[in-house]
Write a protein that binds this ligand. Structure first.
Ligand SMILES: *Cc1c(COP(=O)(O)O)cnc(C)c1O
Length: 385
């Protein structure tokens, strides 16, 4: 089976991890801060806080912004469940904004309308989490303007998007947001096995996220409520977690980061090749905004079902049967049984529903061979034509 995504581990990656195994620190050593600084520098952000997953990064981001019970967080329905769950961990309510029919990112027009209505009913969101779907940035500049107008904070869920750009800046610069979050899961652009990072230009938010990832414990006398009892003394200031990244993961991340631009460049070549080879099939191919340079985490096609003699499910099954590891990103989050108590109506998410009826993710990873790509293209042709 050709998977839809897959990590690449080089000899240099292995050497970096082995060196840590032979060193004094498996956790809480020098590699994590080095990785944080390298990612922050790459993105042009002031601070990076490494944690053990993208999900944890979203959670500490919400905590640092003060999300709590009774608050409201909005995100996209076409995302991984973690984009919404981070708000639920804090006891906040969740709502969704329909997607843009071309980019599949959160629709700025729908966001504007929903904000106008929310202002009238006095139930504005405290935080909005735009998700850079498939690696292409949301249109952040107008979202920032709406944030200033309506007074919400912004967390960019950039789990798909490390290595991409919006306008002339790297995703992760946090130019238009409070915090940006990455995941380093093996199917993503670069990997630390499990792992994630939250970036910010706000030193206060960075310090809070740092506290929340290590039990809420501080060893800094300036942050304590009284003089330390002695050199052993620490204080727990908040209810934090153990979300630390290990030294092994950070060393792997540092090594992987050196290849990031090359990896994303290769993904673009493969995507262009798909664009060319699939253009005459009854499909809608990924749309790219001029102001964006996608990290191309996913290559999503949409079936023109009125021009195909098979159902969505039949096409999906036929591709799987042909050894193509297709997938569907994502099932609309509001339709998950866990969210049923909030009684969302699919009628409020026309574009997300239409997308879900037609979308299929086909394999794309930077070290995919052109012959594997040809096999994907040939299989699609034989299923669709
Ligand atoms: C992968 C992913 C996450 C969660 O990242 P993990 O590292 O797997 O916890 C969150 N949001 C989106 C959009 C993702 O794709």
């Amino acid at each position: 089976m050709i998977p839809y995504g897959r990590q690449e581990i080089t000899d240099a990656d292995i050497d970096a991890v082995v060196a840590v195994l032979q060193s004094d620190f498996l956790t809480q050593g020098p590699s994590v801060p080095e990785f944080e600084q390298a990612v922050a520098e790459y993105c042009g952000a002031s601070h990076g806080v490494a944690v053990n997953s993208g999900t944890s990064a979203l959670h500490v981001a919400c905590l640092a912004l003060g999300v709590r019970e009774g608050d409201l967080v909005w995100t996209s329905p076409i995302t991984f469940v973690a984009s919404a769950n981070c708000a639920r961990y804090c006891g906040a309510d969740v709502d969704f904004v329909d997607i843009d029919p071309k980019t599949y990112n959160i629709s700025v027009a729908a966001l504007r309308v929903k904000l106008e209505q929310a202002a009238k009913s006095d139930r504005l969101p405290d935080v909005v989490i735009p998700v850079h779907f498939s690696g292409q940035s949301c249109d952040m500049e107008p979202i920032r303007q709406l944030a200033d107008q309506y007074g919400f904070s912004i967390i960019e869920d950039a789990c798909h998007a490390v290595g991409g750009r919006y306008q002339d800046e790297k995703i992760g610069s946090c130019r238009y947001s409070d915090i940006t979050v990455f995941s380093f899961h093996p199917v993503k652009i670069i990997t630390t096995a499990e792992g994630g990072m939250a970036l910010t230009n706000d030193a206060g938010l960075a310090r809070k996220m740092d506290l929340y990832r290590t039990h809420g414990i501080s060893r800094d006398p300036k942050e304590m409520t009284r003089q330390p009892d002695g050199p052993w003394y620490y204080q727990q200031l908040e209810l934090g977690y153990n979300y630390r990244m290990t030294e092994l993961q950070a060393a792997l991340g540092i090594s992987q980061l050196t290849r990031l631009d090359e990896v994303v460049g290769k993904r673009h070549l493969l995507a262009k090749s798909y664009d060319k080879q699939l253009k005459d099939l009854p499909l809608i191919l990924p749309y790219q905004e001029k102001s964006n340079y996608s990290a191309y985490h996913l290559y999503v096609i949409r079936l023109k079902l009125d021009k195909i003699n098979a159902s969505h499910k039949q096409v999906f099954e036929a591709l799987r049967a042909a050894g193509i590891g297709v997938n569907l990103h994502y099932i609309p989050v509001y339709s998950q049984p866990y969210f049923s108590e909030f009684a969302f109506s699919p009628d409020d998410f026309i574009e997300a529903e239409a997308y879900y009826r037609e979308a299929i993710t086909i394999p794309l990873y930077h070290h995919m061979s052109f012959s594997d790509q040809d096999l994907v293209v040939e299989s699609l042709k034989s299923v669709l034509l």
